[in-house]
Design a protein around this ligand. Structure first.
Ligand SMILES: [Zn+2]
Length: 366
């Protein structure tokens, strides 16, 4: 299976400067290629594809020798990223989703570059990149499998990381438990499972969130371009990063527990998500999306299965008798004439489990 290993890296100021220079050149190339595509389309209704832009790279290096410093595959990857942005745009247009056209990347908006098989090597505790220098690697766990690409990334708070994208990483299969579970993502608790157990949103989120709001308010009061504003912006970026790390950690712990205890986990299909009204809705959707990705990944690693259920009406349907009991979000208890009276999210999780189990493919006899 595939797996990505991410590690912190550090180097001396000159090395970091060179890495910054690569980022800046990659950003320039990205914006130039985007510009070329836009102009070609405006003036001649012509589309330009990645290979024709890649063919121009040798010429670019002749005209602007700075680009000679940057690994060729890294430059190709920049054009591939632009191509992906275009494909994503057209896919969303086709699906009639909200689609933003690929954008020019501003100064702090291009934060990583990728190398493939050449131009770098691992040397003990060090990562050496040709024409940049040597980074010290902070390995928290060993890298497994075959490394396919490495991506160097700078965060908004100026920390640097490397991600090794690996293939052929062996699974760590867990013994079968004979158990299956349905989970309902909630707004009051993070999730409720079909055994009636709830996992709450950790309290530290709330603290971090309120710090974030305060700092964002401060930021909006500062004069644009001022030193103080820049300092405050760094503080906002720092708390953002802290929240994102805390969330990831919480997601991993929750996913590990579910995967350890169950052979099969039934979840709601994302596009059928109930929408919650309110400010935090989109943030919550993003968090769920991330959680499901981690859950799928952990399940694959352990030889477990995550099944998406196109769930509708899961909170209204009675999980015992199938009657529709309409209730708005404020009603926390599902109460049915069949006698079932349980927490509404527990009822929903039971429906997800049942719907999922009913989807099982029955072998056809021909
Ligand atoms: Zn009922």
């Amino acid at each position: 299976m595939k797996k990505t290993f991410q590690h912190r890296i550090k180097a001396n100021p000159q090395t970091h400067q060179k890495a910054e220079k690569w980022l800046s050149l990659c950003r320039q190339l990205y914006n130039d290629c985007l510009n070329e595509r836009i102009i070609a389309y405006k003036e001649n209704k012509k589309s330009i594809f990645q290979y024709s832009q890649m063919r121009k790279l040798p010429q670019l290096k002749k005209t602007f020798p700075d680009f000679k410093q940057v690994n060729s595959q890294t430059l190709q990857d920049v054009i591939q990223r632009l191509d992906k942005a275009y494909q994503g745009f057209f896919r969303r247009v086709k699906n009639k989703e909200k689609a933003g056209f690929p954008r020019f990347k501003g100064q702090n908006r291009y934060n990583s570059f990728t190398l493939k098989q050449t131009g770098w090597k691992l040397n003990g505790r060090y990562l050496e990149i040709k024409n940049i220098g040597r980074f010290k690697l902070f390995l928290s766990r060993p890298i497994e499998g075959d490394i396919k690409t490495i991506t160097i990334r700078r965060t908004l708070t100026n920390q640097w990381f490397v991600s090794f994208a690996c293939d052929n990483v062996s699974q760590k299969l867990l013994p079968k438990t004979g158990k299956e579970i349905g989970i309902d993502m909630g707004c009051e608790s993070f999730l409720t499972d079909s055994n009636g157990q709830k996992i709450d949103n950790p309290r530290f989120f709330k603290n971090s969130q309120s710090i974030l709001i305060k700092r964002q308010q401060k930021l909006s009061q500062k004069v644009k371009g001022s030193n103080r504003r820049n300092k405050t912006r760094l503080l906002v970026a720092k708390i953002h990063q802290k929240i994102s790390n805390q969330r990831k950690d919480f997601h991993f712990k929750t996913a590990n527990k579910l995967v350890k205890e169950n052979d099969k986990i039934y979840i709601e299909k994302l596009n059928s998500f109930k929408s919650f009204k309110g400010l935090n809705k989109s943030m919550r959707d993003v968090a769920w999306f991330q959680f499901f990705n981690i859950l799928r990944f952990k399940a694959e690693e352990a030889g477990r299965e995550v099944v998406e259920v196109p769930a509708q009406n899961t909170s209204q349907l009675c999980s015992r008798c199938g009657q529709i009991i309409e209730k708005d979000l404020s009603v926390r208890i599902h109460k049915c004439s069949c006698g079932l009276e349980i927490d509404r999210d527990w009822n929903a999780a039971l429906n997800i489990l049942r719907l999922g189990q009913s989807l099982r493919v029955i072998p056809r006899i021909s």
